[in-house]
Design a protein around this ligand. Structure first.
Ligand SMILES: [Fe+2]
Ligand SMILES: [Fe+2]
Length: 355
């Protein structure tokens, strides 16, 4: 992971369009200082509609903590889809580096020496080094941390292997969403619009993940009324700031800052800053086929796609929890217009499993 703090200031030409674009749609904090336009966290938050997104996450968390099995279900779904993120980031970095013909310094001749994909790819890759091997945490992968966390939650919920296997079965709509997530994230080598869109998707992923983990730590671990959860799923921090305990998978990514006297940022915020730098480099060495306007439009498209897909993810999980905590027969009722995700394909075993 890159624990550095690059500037939020992006390439002036790229941001000039961004400023016009964003200002035309939102009241934002994009502003001009001389010739440099600044695109800060608030502008990204506006594009992503972060308040609504956070509200949905809080709602799902508060619903999930009402039952140990629902808590397990939320975290099982989250660890499942998130387990593809680190690999997807690596694939995106590889696809950018692989597309030698796309990202170049157009002032350099001969053209064969102008390839600058490797000025972008490492900034993407920086966001997944710790996902594969976190040097602060004994070189554990974050997927391993997620498994440790989920196993502890299963112990808290007193779930047998057979019960977990039932709860782990996912509705088709959620599995389809996971495939969409994987496809969009990695982009397609040699396809400039796909890769720029994916860079926006990646930026949104890291930005929102920082908030998601912070909210999970706050809502599930701290505000949870059941002391047994905190006794079983342990959360701790050494004096040097290193996390330990089963809940480390959450806290290392983002934590409840109020409890720690800090901003609550973990590695996701560092990943986000690297993603901003990657987008800045992509704008600097933009593909010949794309104008600045098109670059930015595609990046924003990718950001919005992430928000939309993950809003769908949390909506599906919320509906799974709601459906499975109603009376058993309700599991087979048609879904409401606002909640189109639960169908008559819902696993009937899940119904009794969550009550
Ligand atoms: Fe991670
Ligand atoms: Fe990340």
């Amino acid at each position: 992971m890159g624990r550095h703090h690059p500037s939020h200031t992006l390439d002036a030409n790229f941001i000039r369009f961004l400023t016009i674009y964003v200002l035309s749609l939102y009241r934002t904090s994009v502003y001009a200082t001389g010739d440099t336009y600044v695109f800060d966290d608030r502008a990204i938050a506006d594009i992503l509609g972060v308040q609504d997104y956070e509200g949905l996450i809080r709602k799902v968390c508060r619903r999930a903590v009402q039952s140990p099995k629902a808590t397990y279900l939320l975290m099982e779904r989250y660890t499942h889809i998130n387990g593809f993120a680190g690999s997807s980031v690596a694939l995106l970095a590889g696809n950018i580096g692989y597309s030698r013909e796309l990202f170049s310094d157009q002032s350099v001749q001969p053209e064969g020496s102008s390839d600058r994909g490797m000025m972008i790819a490492p900034k993407v890759l920086a966001a997944t080094l710790d996902e594969h091997s976190d040097h602060v945490l004994g070189h554990a992968s974050h997927r391993t941390l997620a498994q440790v966390c989920l196993n502890a939650i299963a112990a808290y919920a007193r779930l047998s292997v057979a019960e977990r296997s039932i709860l782990d079965r996912k509705p088709p709509c959620l599995l389809a969403l996971v495939e969409q997530f994987k496809d969009t994230y990695r982009g397609t080598a040699g396809n400039a619009p796909s890769l720029v869109r994916a860079l926006g998707y990646h930026l949104a992923s890291e930005y929102l993940a920082d908030r998601e983990y912070q909210i999970k730590d706050e809502e599930i671990w701290f505000r949870y009324p059941d002391e047994k959860f905190r006794k079983t799923v342990k959360r701790g921090r050494k004096t040097d700031g290193t996390w330990f305990g089963h809940w480390t998978w959450v806290t290392v990514h983002g934590h409840f800052g109020t409890a720690e006297g800090d901003q609550g940022h973990g590695v996701e915020h560092d990943h986000y800053l690297s993603a901003v730098e990657a987008l800045k480099a992509a704008a600097k060495f933009r593909p010949r086929e794309l104008t600045n306007d098109e670059m930015f439009s595609l990046a924003v498209e990718g950001m919005r796609a992430f928000k939309d897909q993950w809003t769908a993810f949390y909506t599906i999980v919320l509906d799974e929890i709601e459906a499975n905590t109603r009376e058993c027969h309700s599991c087979f009722l048609p879904s409401s217009a606002a909640s189109p995700w639960i169908s008559d394909q819902q696993n009937p075993d899940q119904c009794s499993a969550l009550r």
